[in-house]
Write a protein that binds this ligand. Sequence first.
Ligand SMILES: Cc1cc2nc3c(=O)[nH]c(=O)nc-3n(C[C@H](O)[C@H](O)[C@H](O)COP(=O)(O)OP(=O)(O)OC[C@H]3O[C@@H](n4cnc5c(N)ncnc54)[C@H](O)[C@@H]3O)c2cc1C
Ligand SMILES: *[C@@H]1O[C@H](CO)[C@@H](O)[C@H](O)[C@H]1NC(C)=O
Ligand SMILES: *[C@@H]1O[C@H](CO)[C@@H](O)[C@H](O)[C@H]1NC(C)=O
Ligand SMILES: *[C@@H]1O[C@H](CO)[C@@H](O)[C@H](O)[C@H]1NC(C)=O
Length: 361
Amino acid sequence: MPNVVVIGAGVVGLTSAYELLQAGHEVTVLAKQIPTDFQFATNYTSPFAGAQWASFAQAGDYDAQQLDMIGFYKFMQLAKTPETGVWNQEYVYYVTERQYKHVGSKVEWPWFLNMPGLNYKKFDKSQVPQGLGLEYGFSCDGVVISTTLYMVWLLNENLKTGRFKIQRKSITDLREAINLHHNGKADIIINATGLLARDLVTPEEAAKIHSVRGTTLLVESNAGKQYTVKDHIPEFPGEYLYAMSRQEGGTVIGGCFEYDAEDKTTIDPAQKQRYLERVKKYVPHLLNFKGELDIVREQVGFRPGRVGGPRIELDQKWTHDNGVALIHNYGHEGSGFLASWGSSARVLNATNDFLGFKSKL
Ligand SMILES: Cc1cc2nc3c(=O)[nH]c(=O)nc-3n(C[C@H](O)[C@H](O)[C@H](O)COP(=O)(O)OP(=O)(O)OC[C@H]3O[C@@H](n4cnc5c(N)ncnc54)[C@H](O)[C@@H]3O)c2cc1C
Ligand SMILES: *[C@@H]1O[C@H](CO)[C@@H](O)[C@H](O)[C@H]1NC(C)=O
Ligand SMILES: *[C@@H]1O[C@H](CO)[C@@H](O)[C@H](O)[C@H]1NC(C)=O
Ligand SMILES: *[C@@H]1O[C@H](CO)[C@@H](O)[C@H](O)[C@H]1NC(C)=O
């Protein structure tokens, strides 16, 4: 069976490894940082995600929609098994009057309400909570993924196959990885390095990779459902409230989307205060009896963004130059969890295409 080296132990690398193992391959994961570390660098993004399934794909972007949809049904299935760290939480989404006016007084339903079996309900102005400046909304089935539990589950499922090794290793040049497979030489390398992919690619490709900063508060209380209040705040673009509760207890409250601000590795106290005010307004049942939040941890993460969306393809040039296949799987921005299964299915397709091509030579 082919030997595959996956570089990266974020959700994208571990899910790629999972799919390749299920197809019978022998897989070594090499990574600088791994899910069982006690402290996570902010450039290891996966531990800092919420994570929920709420697709950002645009209305006509069927390619991104396919990636995301595969994940929805997979996570709904995984939610039936508690040790995955995935569980079902109803998803409730409201749009403020301010946001509605900002987009030209248009109602914008996300594409995914058309997915079969979502059990959605739409709310008009008379059906949303009153007196909060809300215009409309919807609710539907949903999942929340406890990021660290889930990644350890993936790791264990991979180990159970007996054809998997994980090795802590910093790679400075992808050619190094060719001889680091546990069986000797690799046939295929998967590049799943997230934000740090930019250190291993060509300058033109590196210029497409950028970070999108996100801050969250992990609190002790449970919201019971996932809430998103989409808003337009002119002074703080990209900020709006979301809250999602985890199976093991606690709720992740966010959030923001800030481009290229990697120097800001802590949460600004004023932003923290704004998050608290929004919780008081929209999800007051998260507060304790003193009207405060019991904060466990303040988190800052950097989503691995890429102009044009994620790169999931065989690198023809590198493959030709090195005689070993290189397949990329990076640049998932705010969708690394929800798109992980679809992306890994594409990696498997690219792997099969390459092996089929090679066997014909
Ligand atoms: C606040 C916040 C909320 C989010 N919420 C959601 C959500 O609700 N749903 C969702 O789907 N997504 C969410 N995301 C996005 C999600 O976290 C990312 O898309 C995802 O984690 C990217 O995973 P990855 O595996 O590509 O990268 P990473 O998790 O960053 O993993 C990269 C791996 O590569 C390794 N690596 C990198 N360079 C090298 C090298 N040179 N040598 C060896 N190893 C290397 C690293 O050590 C690491 O193991 C959120 C992100 C943030 C910050
Ligand atoms: C990633 O984060 C670590 C720890 O914060 C830091 O030492 C390292 O320089 C960062 N790497 C890059 C390429 O930003
Ligand atoms: C591997 O991916 C990283 C991004 O994750 C990128 O920087 C790097 O250039 C890629 N390697 C090659 C050889 O393309
Ligand atoms: C994988 O390939 C099959 C066969 O060509 C195709 O039907 C499927 O859509 C591909 N999967 C993805 C996620 O692109």
